[in-house]
Design a protein around this ligand. Structure first.
Ligand code: TXA
Ligand code: MG
Length: 347
């Protein structure tokens, strides 16, 4: 296979989701059909797409991202009818969830059919599938006339991209096309749900909350960490991470603020550049340090939307240490806390 890194003339195409210029989407769809790599927006994060039925194109994804082959890819499809081509069995519960949450940020792990290759699934007998809720993503799948396999469009283990600029800084020169449709709405990845087990297990918290799934499936569980890593190998301990060392402070309220100030001061005294991730209400409490605000503490959707972009800014500012407040562990807050915990691990 020919080397695919830093040798490609990356074309950046702007597409307004509210006024799609179809000739550009046709061009991007054709690129997918021809086995090339196209980064595209979804409602969660930007994806790095390739023809899910073309082994050579799939290999390019792993090369461009420097992603190990043990980490399987999500297949993005256009509508529910198509799913029968890619799964051996589509249980009633999965259909119910698909009808309720698709298009949307829910990825379901299902028994794969023969048409899905081992490269997509890293040799597993299951395949992860979702229908994205974004006009440009759906338009691209439609124009490509095939399912699109797409991991997040970042270098392996880095934070996922929520703007085309993030994709450019990780992957320009390694992929063929980057579609720029502005900031993504949700800002964290989809929820990955294993529907092959009983009870159903959430392998990755994300855009569809645990609470909203539990309303439909009362006995649903969030998988233990070791199960998550075993079943969704992409959930390695240190993942979704900025380059700087991240410290997540667990205390609450005034105690949390006091502790963050103390740790920040200690590191600054050692000559380190320190950044703080905080909610709007506490911004002033860290004056003298670089502070990046995610949103008001109660507005967990905004906090989720801003998390990766703010971590990237702190990396661009060359912070050595990032200290983060903790956020309420409910709704989207669970996914925020999951990413912060992962990023704060040392291995
Ligand atoms: O929001 C998203 O899900 C984005 C957009 C582009 O759709 N995609 C994304 O893909 O985050 P990626 O590759 O960065 O993360 C996919 C996760 C990984 O943790 C992977 O291990 C898991 O899904 N996964 C994929 N196939 C699986 C399977 N058959 N069984 C269990 N986990 C699977
Ligand atoms: Mg990813």
């Amino acid at each position: 296979m020919k080397e695919y890194s830093n040798s490609v003339d990356t074309r950046i195409i702007k597409i307004d989701p509210d006024n799609i210029d179809w000739k550009y989407l046709q061009l991007a769809g054709q690129a997918i059909r021809e086995g090339r790599l196209v980064a595209f927006p979804t409602e969660t994060v930007y994806g790095l797409g390739a023809d899910a039925l073309n082994a050579e194109a799939l290999l390019k994804i792993f090369q461009a991202k420097k992603r190990p082959f043990y980490d399987p890819l999500i297949v993005h499809i256009y509508n529910l009818k198509e799913i029968y081509d890619y799964v051996e069995f589509f249980p009633d519960v999965a259909r119910t969830l698909g009808e309720l949450f698709w298009p949307g940020p829910l990825t379901m792990v299902l028994k794969k059919s023969k048409s899905i290759s081992d490269i997509v699934t890293s040799g597993l007998d299951t395949v992860a599938i979702r229908i994205p809720d974004h006009k440009v993503a759906l338009g691209l799948i439609k124009e490509a006339r095939r399912p699109i396999a797409a991991p997040s469009a970042n270098l392996f283990s880095h934070t996922s991209p929520t703007t085309a600029w993030h994709v450019i800084s990780d992957l320009k020169g390694s992929i063929d096309i980057i579609i720029d449709s502005g900031e993504t709405l949700i800002g964290l990845e989809s929820t990955v749900l294993d529907v092959t087990t009983s009870p159903l297990q959430i392998l990755r918290l994300g855009g569809i909350t645990f609470e909203s799934l539990k309303k439909i499936i009362p006995d649903i569980i969030i998988a233990d960490d070791h199960i998550k890593i075993k079943k969704a190998p992409g959930m390695l301990s240190r993942h979704y991470s900025p380059l700087a060392k991240l410290i997540l402070v667990k205390d609450k309220d005034e105690k949390m603020i006091e502790k963050i100030r103390k740790i920040a001061l200690q590191h600054r005294n050692k000559g380190k550049k320190v950044g703080v991730i905080a909610c709007q209400e506490n911004r002033e409490k860290y004056s003298g340090f670089i502070v990046k605000v995610l949103g008001e503490a109660k507005d967990l959707n905004s906090c989720a939307r801003n998390l990766y972009a703010q971590l990237r800014i702190l990396d661009e500012l060359k912070c050595d240490i990032i200290i983060s407040e903790n956020f309420e562990d409910i709704g989207m807050g669970r996914a925020i806390m999951d990413r912060l915990k992962r990023a704060s691990r040392n291995c």
